[in-house]
Design a binder for this molecule. Structure first.
Ligand code: SAM
Length: 273
């Protein structure tokens, strides 16, 4: 009904699939364990169903929405359905991919039904730029949920799994069927919970570690010796850095955890301090 009021035509390009089921919204807020001490960052509030539920549980919500119509309508929606909570909401009309600062107190948690096409970069960007975000729960398409939470050696373990693990402990905490969305997507969704932790101890920078991760998975079938040779300067330099990190150069990246990637980055020529 709200969507009709706004004359809204949801676009795939912006991942606009709205949760229309109140039970699912309640389940997300409950699983996220949002409390009165939390300032919640929500990316992509859309029509505001999750936003309203979050306002009922958290101290404040800051909602970042790229869509002009949706960002413009959200304060009115909250004023209509939860007027007593309207002053605890900040709406930021922006692209979450470019987010570097936010109004109000620093967010403590991220809770969002993320736009599917940019879910991974948005999640990693929030973890990078908002260190105050200590935990969160995001809904993403099921395949991406499995990737984010995958362990080394699993078929779907890859760049998103390692990079997310740099910042946080990540777990898939539930499945959400496609029927709770409007319009209905072609895939089911998964809930991914995370708790921030210290990155692995290393003298290499995050950028250096991530460069190793990107190189290792760019050629998934290749051994580390070969996949990292360009980054190291030569196959021999790659081999000795991987060995110095205590890893077999004949191994593939898909079997290494984030700590091993950090050790390799530290051992690469130019990164040794
Ligand atoms: N939270 C709502 C819900 O659960 O019904 C909507 C979720 S919908 C999957 C994703 C939302 O993210 C849409 O409202 C879309 O307009 C918004 N969005 C898409 N790309 C975005 C971006 N780069 N930055 C901020 N919001 C974005």
């Amino acid at each position: 009904m709200l969507a009709a009021d706004l004359g809204l035509r949801p676009t795939k390009q912006r991942g606009q699939n709205f949760v229309t089921d109140a039970n699912t919204v309640r389940r997300i807020v409950r699983t996220a364990d949002v409390g009165a001490g939390d300032v919640v960052l929500e990316i992509g509030p859309g029509l505001g169903s999750l936003t309203l539920a979050l306002l009922g549980a958290a101290a404040r919500v800051v909602a970042v929405e790229i869509d002009d119509t949706l960002a413009g309508a959200l304060p009115g929606t909250v004023a209509r359905f939860a007027p007593e909570q309207a002053d605890r909401l900040d709406v930021v009309h922006a692209d979450a991919m470019d987010l570097r600062s936010l109004p109000g107190p620093p967010p403590t948690a991220l809770v969002a039904n993320l736009p599917y096409n940019v879910a991974v970069p948005v999640l990693l960007g929030v973890l990078q730029h908002f260190p105050s975000v200590g935990r969160g729960l995001v809904m993403v398409q099921l395949e991406v949920a499995d990737r984010l939470a995958a362990a080394p050696g699993s078929k779907v373990y890859g760049v998103p799994s390692v990079k997310a693990a740099w910042y946080a402990e990540v777990a898939r905490t539930g499945l959400v069927g496609r029927t709770v969305f409007w319009p209905q997507p072609n895939v089911d969704s998964g809930l991914v919970g995370f708790t921030r932790r210290e990155p692995p101890p290393t003298t290499a920078s995050r950028e250096q570690v991530f460069a190793v991760v990107d190189a290792a998975f760019a050629q998934r079938r290749k051994t580390l010796r070969s996949a990292l040779s360009r980054l190291a300067g030569s196959p021999a330099a790659a081999e000795s850095a991987v060995r110095a990190a205590g890893v077999d150069p004949g191994e593939r990246g898909e079997r290494l955890d984030v700590t091993a990637f950090a050790r390799i980055a530290e051992a690469l020529p130019g990164n040794v301090r």
